[in-house]
Design a protein. Structure first.
Length: 316
């Protein structure tokens, strides 16, 4: 791949957690951003149901907007069926690959994949991009299918695809269905109760037995900004891990959030539940390839991220 100047960017999934932050990051650096989602509005927003959109509809959108880069930040994981995951996580990237390759001036595609594409690995192993993916969940399987469709298109002639396999994202506006989002929203509600003179309600969670590699959403945006310019000397299709490169005990994360909030909330671990993401309970991810290819490293300390989440649990 070659490094190029980026002027116009189309962001698929612009109203999602990562998508909102990505749009803001690109706009802050002077890019023209076209936002695309089912509920998008505004001067530079295009409302399109990407799950149901035909290749012709996507082709028309890209032909009209003429982007240098398309960012696909669409991902379905919570509150959806595996069929819905297939539509958004697998079939949408395949349609995007087909359409982008057919354009007279194909855009570079940066796709937000997931570390859940790897599936479980042996305890203590740091997962690199050379690890053979063996996802054990519908989410991981459908995300891997989307990644493979884009990489196949890159091999067959789509000029440039960068897949960023992103770990567990933390940040302002984290989805309330995610564990960090659940905790942040509970603590915000507990603060209101305490301010009104009432006791803080207990925070009831499933057993916190796992370890996760967490990364700040702003660090993810930095990696996408770098990727949008291309990977100097890279192959037409490049896969890079985007994480912090360290495993954090989820129990410690939750208790640290409570401590930083200053709210006397009791944490109660009361029942087990199955995760739609799979069983990757103790992984950390090798991020050295992203540093070599992009000059990227995560920059935000974990406490900085958590404090920001607690100040503003809902993105504005």
């Amino acid at each position: 791949m070659t490094e190029t100047t980026v002027r116009a960017v189309v962001v698929f999934g612009s109203t999602g957690f990562a998508g909102r932050h990505l749009c803001a990051a690109f706009e802050a650096t002077g890019h023209r951003v076209v936002r695309v989602s089912r509920r998008e509005t505004g001067r530079d927003g295009i409302a399109l149901d990407l799950a149901a959109a035909s290749p012709a509809a996507i082709a028309g959108l890209l032909a009209a907007t003429k982007p240098d880069v398309v960012i696909n930040s669409v991902g379905a994981v919570w509150g959806v069926t595996e069929d819905q995951m297939t539509l958004l996580n697998a079939e949408l990237p395949a349609k995007l690959a087909e359409v982008a390759a057919s354009l007279p001036r194909p855009p570079r595609v940066v796709h937000l994949g997931s570390v859940h594409e790897y599936g479980p690995v042996a305890p203590g192993v740091t997962a690199s991009e050379q690890l053979a993916p063996r996802p054990d969940s519908g989410y991981g399987r459908t995300k891997l299918a989307g990644t493979r469709a884009l990489l196949a298109a890159a091999r067959d002639g789509l000029p440039e695809v960068v897949v960023l396999r992103v770990s567990n994202i933390l940040g302002r506006g984290a989805p309330p269905d995610s564990l960090p989002g659940t905790v942040a929203h509970h603590l915000a509600a507990a603060r209101a109760e305490v301010a009104a003179g009432r006791p803080a309600p207990a925070l009831r969670l499933s057993p916190l037995m796992s370890f996760r590699d967490f990364v700040d959403v702003r660090d993810v945006c930095d990696a996408v900004l770098h990727s949008a310019r291309g990977v100097p000397g890279g192959a037409p299709g490049t896969v890079l891990n985007v994480a912090r490169g360290e495993a954090v005990a989820v129990r410690e994360l939750v208790h640290r959030m409570v401590e930083l909030s200053g709210i006397p909330v009791e944490v109660v671990e009361e029942r087990a539940c199955d995760s739609v993401r799979g069983t990757i309970s103790g992984q950390r991810y090798d991020i050295s390839a992203a540093h070599r290819a992009l000059g990227w490293r995560p920059r935000r300390p974990l406490d900085v991220t958590l404090r920001d989440m607690l100040r503003r649990p809902v993105a504005r």
